[in-house]
Design a binder for this molecule. Structure first.
Ligand SMILES: Cc1cc2nc3c(=O)[nH]c(=O)nc-3n(C[C@H](O)[C@H](O)[C@H](O)COP(=O)(O)O)c2cc1C
Length: 139
């Protein structure tokens, strides 16, 4: 059985809900899922994972300068080496994700594989397009 680790950071719950939808969808594909918040995450959890999914809400100036918040940046600075694991990123936002994924990728450079897929949602629900992105990611 393949194993996915989802690590999520949410301020008001929308990204958490998105993570839950992703978790449910992957479980429906017979993938074992471990889902934790960045606060509960401990190094070692990704050791035997096949897939790593990293999520954070989009912070910025709405139309530009998007980035993960300070807490996620701290998480990233302590994150273990998970460079053997296929990685994707997800976020929720209101207007634009802009530089969000670029910044997340940069902050984890050398510690994860370059992400091979990205998911984003305004309301935290998993769209049909998101599902096909997950299908390709987990092949
Ligand atoms: C301080 C702050 C900055 C934000 N900056 C952006 C932004 O630059 N672009 C955007 O589309 N949404 C922005 N948002 C909206 C959030 O990304 C959005 O509401 C997100 O879904 C919240 O996720 P959460 O419920 O998991 O915390 C911002 C929200 C806050 C509170």
């Amino acid at each position: 059985m393949k194993k996915a680790v989802i690590i999520v950071h949410s301020k008001t719950g929308i990204t958490r809900m998105y993570a839950e939808e992703i978790e449910e969808y992957l479980q429906g594909k017979e993938i074992e899922v471990v889902s934790v918040s960045i606060r509960d995450y401990r190094n070692g959890l990704c050791g035997d994972a096949d897939y790593l999914l990293l999520g954070c809400w989009t912070s910025g100036l709405m139309f530009f300068m998007q980035h993960p918040d300070k807490e996620w940046k701290t998480f990233a600075s302590h994150f273990e080496d998970a460079s053997g694991t296929k990685t994707m990123m997800f976020t929720t936002y209101k207007i634009l994700t802009g530089s969000m994924f670029r910044t997340m990728t940069k902050l984890l450079a050398g510690k994860t594989n370059p992400p091979s897929a990205f998911l984003k949602s305004r309301n935290g629900t998993l769209s049909e397009n998101d599902k096909s992105i997950l299908d390709s990611f987990c092949q």
